[in-house]
Design a protein around this ligand. Sequence first.
Ligand code: AMP
Ligand code: TRP
Length: 345
Amino acid sequence: MNKSNDRVFSGVQPTGNLHLGNYLGAIKRFVTLQDTHDCIYCVVDLHAITQWQDPAELKNNTREVTAAYLACGIDPAKNIIFNQSQVSGHAELAWIFNCVARMGWLNLMTQFKDKAGKNRENASVGLFCYPNLMAADILLYRADFVPVGEDQKQHMELTRDIATKFNHDFGDRIKELGHGDGYFPITDPLIEGPATRVMSLRDGSKKMSKSDPSDLSRIRMTDDADAIAKKIRKAKTDSDPLPETLEGLAGRSEAENLVGIYAALADTTKEAVISEYAGQPFSVFKPALVELAVEKLSPINDEMRRLMADPAGVDKVLAEGSERAREIADKTIREVKDIVGFLQA
Ligand code: AMP
Ligand code: TRP
């Protein structure tokens, strides 16, 4: 397949408990894009410390996300896989964006409100300006597309607003330096497929998340076949059979979630799953889902375990990826410094 020159960037936080939502909403789609685009996949450790992380666990979790990328089939020779803190340009550009983005914009961010909870005064300043760092990640590589789950849509809009404001504020200088009408692209999010928002297996109104206190709420990428089977068997559902049409899933969030998970794992659509299982009870559908999930996730799980047994090997992938990322990032930082008016040697 011919690759376009369009660049893809995305990231996953090394905060432990990687789950099926991360896989279906993000990592599985990263793998597909590598055939058609230049891809840069980051382990965003600077983002992780916006909330307290135990240092030893942070290292381990950074390796775990890297192992997940590799085990799912992302080729580190054809793409760039690295961890954010090894490329200083992320923090440098984020600072500049702290001075471009407006307080009013960040005050609208719903993820901050969710993560800060009731005690906003005690949230880190980093958690508040985290979307500026995400914009910096993307724009440092002048990425065209960002595959993410639905929960990142608002951060992607902010990224576009920051690029637009920067291009506008420094418009004359950008032209003068020969960069045309705008220095940063207006990046498009790729939020597609049947599993852009995988819900908790215990509560169809909450998204599947790393921080849910109930481990039954999520299938972890490191769960073995028994754990996967148990969690799907115990997943909350109503007592009706599956409907004849997709519309029949309206108002049945738990049923719709399982159908979406099945569709994403089988690389098909919810419509196709519904037509196959129309009228079937969950006592038929759940075992089929268990079989499919185990078939798809077990090889990934085995490979992650194998990779994690050789931490030095994983670290080497990150070191090499960081070096290649740095080459692109350093060029952007030099150009941005020139645009902004910073003296440099
Ligand atoms: P995070 O764990 O917050 O770093 O998320 C990594 C990626 O997984 C992002 O692209 C998220 O949008 C995606 N993601 C996280 N949770 C879910 C979910 N429940 N369903 C679909 N995608 C998700
Ligand atoms: N904010 C994203 C999340 O919580 C992770 C992330 C950081 C990211 N930087 C990014 C995703 C850049 C895409 C592109 O899931």
